[in-house]
Write a protein of this length. Structure first.
Length: 724
């Protein structure tokens, strides 16, 4: 007769296996969506541009000083102003009112209460027939409409407030993309239509909210720390708490005054509006009470203050639609540390208190967080437990996986990771190669973006100045030739196996973005084939070490931006995603959907939400990959060693006739993903054969990546031909 402990163990094992079977039967999205952090200098995700704004206080003609509504008696708990200080005025810099996002069309200001709120220096652009009062002076429950031209920088100024009836619910609706010259968006619009259109380019996706919720360094600990959905701004300072206890890590100060991101209610609303799953990053300091309230809010909705604890007929804010899932990740990249990732310092400090290492503490926090959601939802088909892996450290992942399994066993939990998430960044040091080329050719007829004119950098080194923005180089055939050459080099580096890394996160030189053995550790610990997804990925190219902010070296960044706009970046992206797929990747998560480009990276796959795939080669690349993957599903995944191979054909001789082929039985649906310069050789594809022929017109190595199917299995091969 079995003991009680044996029966319990058998039951737990049965439940775990059932859970894993359920995960295996779920369909994963092929492509995720990752909006960026909210800032006024980015394109607006909201119809109301104020949501991405910030307060400034000014007097006279001064630009003004930033002013926080946190613990400030001048503002109510939702960030609405209660009065003005003396002769000073308030201004809001809203999203899409500056830089390349300046509105062109009708903008409508609205507010509840008695105040004088207007767009600065825009009296001559005022539309009286669409407003309910004069262009200046206070209006109760005001409406002011303007037809802006897109040429000037505007802001919203608060010139007068009636303290007995101060303004609330201040809105600035952007032009309606369907008719910008005659109307703006209005109270019926929550999200900006252009943003929604990009979100809906992908069916049945998942929205990762790490950036929107300001996960890195989040000060949120208790439930009252969260942003409420009625706050005037969707992101900004709400809490001065340091993201590390006592503000110290390894004897160094870790400063507070960090941003708190978008209200959870808004994120659920976005998921419901798009039909996508919701991938959340739970704040690293969140208490169990916070996590439980968050799970309840996502399941049932909220009244704006507290989550519902059961289904209600008319919720103020709805819970996640039935059939949509919540993906649960503990914080973000906790293995890191420092000012940008202080959650890693937190894990180290808290782990030391328990006498355990950082990776042990992190593994336990993942499990504890999943467990709360599993308890609240009580439905394994609605919760996806995300185990995020440190793509750059095999050692970390191995020990993280062991501790996760050990901790689950010690707590007697029937829980397991549903997906394991990696990064698939790539860059291959291509920016460094470009600078070397430019320096070597400065002043020559085959020059790149540098002139034969030197200047002294801030560190005292001498360097060549880059062509200024107005120089003819930036519209020349020389630029086009340079861009073609850098794309050739980038593709050659990837296909030849060159693992040069540039500045950027994780393994930017590894073909496919992650080591093939990385997912094996969790698989071994849980005796399961846990799907591999990306939590972030894409081109990772920094130029900050060359571009110091001096106009004389700004051309480095300008050139790399043009490289990101080049149509052949689709080819580079296709190589990476195909090899990542060969390594078992089942879903890509481009980082990010939209973001301004500069020396700290060109993260956005679109520059603004009105861009379509025709306007944005990187965005088109990921959509094309998604469409190709959907055509090939269902897919039988198997070890990378079986799915991907390199094959070297017999060498060719310069100017001599050449015939060679790569042939595998039952090879079907052969596609040429990418190739380096074929040096005059022709490549013909037929059933079960890849055939090279012709007389080479140059010397060197040719690398070509092909995909094909064999007995329903996906296969990839890089064929090499050495021309001597």
């Amino acid at each position: 007769m079995k003991s009680r402990s044996q029966v319990l163990l058998a039951l737990l094992l049965f439940l775990l296996l059932m859970s894993l079977d359920a995960v295996a039967s779920r369909s994963l999205p092929v492509l995720g969506v990752h909006p960026t952090s909210l800032r006024y200098w980015e394109d607006s995700i909201y119809a109301n541009a104020i949501k991405q704004g910030t307060w400034l206080e000014y007097e006279g003609r001064d630009w003004g000083q930033s002013i926080s509504e946190f613990n400030n008696p001048q503002f109510d708990r939702f960030g609405n102003p209660l009065y003005l200080m003396g002769d000073k005025k308030l201004k809001i810099i809203p999203a899409a009112f500056s830089h390349e996002f300046k509105p062109d069309g009708v903008v409508t200001l609205k507010w509840d209460g008695d105040a004088d709120i207007r767009i600065n220096r825009a009296e001559n652009l005022y539309i009286e027939e669409l407003s309910n009062g004069p262009a200046t002076d206070s209006i109760n429950n005001g409406i002011r409409a303007y037809r802006l031209t897109g040429n000037d920088i505007f802001w919203i100024e608060v010139s007068a407030i009636n303290p007995e009836n101060p303004p609330k619910n201040i809105r600035a609706y952007l032009p309606d993309p369907n008719d910008p010259e005659t109307r703006s968006l209005n109270d019926s619009h929550f999200w900006h239509p252009d943003f929604l259109a990009r979100m809906l380019d992908i069916d049945n996706s998942v929205i990762r909210t790490m950036g929107l919720t300001e996960t890195n360094g989040s000060p949120e600990q208790d439930w009252q720390d969260r942003r409420q959905p009625e706050h005037i701004f969707a992101s900004g300072l709400l809490n001065s708490r340091s993201p590390v206890p006592d503000g110290l890590a390894n004897g160094k100060e870790v400063k507070g005054d960090r941003r708190t991101g978008v209200a959870w209610e808004h994120l659920v609303h976005l998921a419901n509006a798009t039909g996508h799953d919701l991938w959340i990053n739970v704040p690293h300091m969140a208490t169990e009470d916070y996590i439980r309230n968050l799970a309840l809010l996502i399941k049932y909705g909220s009244d704006g203050d507290s989550p519902y604890t059961t289904q209600v007929d008319q919720p103020v804010w709805h819970g996640l639609n039935p059939g949509q899932r919540v993906w649960v990740e503990y914080s973000n990249e906790v293995w890191s540390r420092g000012n940008s990732f202080p959650q890693g310092d937190y894990a180290e400090v808290e782990g030391e208190k328990l006498g355990i290492d950082k990776w042990q503490f992190t593994a336990r926090k993942f499990v504890d967080t999943w467990n709360v959601f599993d308890e609240v939802f009580d439905d394994p088909d609605r919760v996806v437990n995300v185990a995020a892996l440190h793509t750059g450290s095999r050692w970390y992942v191995e020990n993280f996986a062991k501790e996760m399994q050990r901790y689950i066993d010690s707590q007697g939990l029937a829980i397991a990771p549903d997906v394991q998430a990696v990064t698939i960044y790539f860059g291959n040091g291509i920016q460094d190669w470009a600078v070397e080329k430019a320096r070597a050719t400065a002043g020559a007829s085959d020059h790149w973006f540098m002139m034969d004119e030197q200047y002294e950098r801030r560190n005292g080194d001498m360097d060549f100045a880059t062509f200024p923005e107005e120089h003819s180089y930036w519209q020349s055939d020389r630029l086009k030739a340079n861009l073609d050459e850098i794309m050739d080099e980038w593709i050659f580096r990837i296909l030849s196996g060159n693992e040069t890394e540039g500045a950027g996160p994780d393994l930017t030189g590894v073909i496919g973005g992650f080591r093939e053995e990385l997912p094996l550790f969790l698989n071994a610990e849980f005796n399961a084939d846990i799907p591999v997804v990306a939590y972030e990925g894409g081109p990772s190219i920094y130029t900050y070490k060359y571009d110091s902010g001096d106009k004389r070296n700004a051309g480095v960044t300008d050139f790399i931006i043009r490289m990101n706009e080049h149509p052949r970046i689709q080819e580079v992206y296709a190589i990476q995603l195909n090899i990542a797929t060969a390594k078992g990747l089942q879903m890509h998560m481009p980082f990010t959907l939209q973001n301004r480009w500069g020396k700290w990276g060109q993260w956005g796959h679109v520059k603004r939400f009105s861009d379509t795939r025709e306007d944005a080669p990187k965005y088109d690349a990921v959509l094309t990959w998604m469409e190709n993957e959907l055509e090939h599903q269902p897919v039988v995944y198997h070890p990378y060693s079986n799915a991907f191979r390199r094959y070297q054909l017999n060498p060719a001789h310069y100017a001599q006739p050449y015939n060679a082929e790569y042939m595998v039985s039952n090879m079907q649906d052969i596609q040429l993903v990418s190739t380096t310069d074929t040096l005059g050789l022709d490549i013909d594809l037929s059933q079960s054969t890849i055939h090279y022929s012709g007389a080479p017109n140059g010397k060197g190595k040719i690398y070509s990546l092909f995909s094909y199917t064999q007995e329903e299995n996906r296969q990839w091969v890089i064929v090499e031909v050495n021309v001597i």
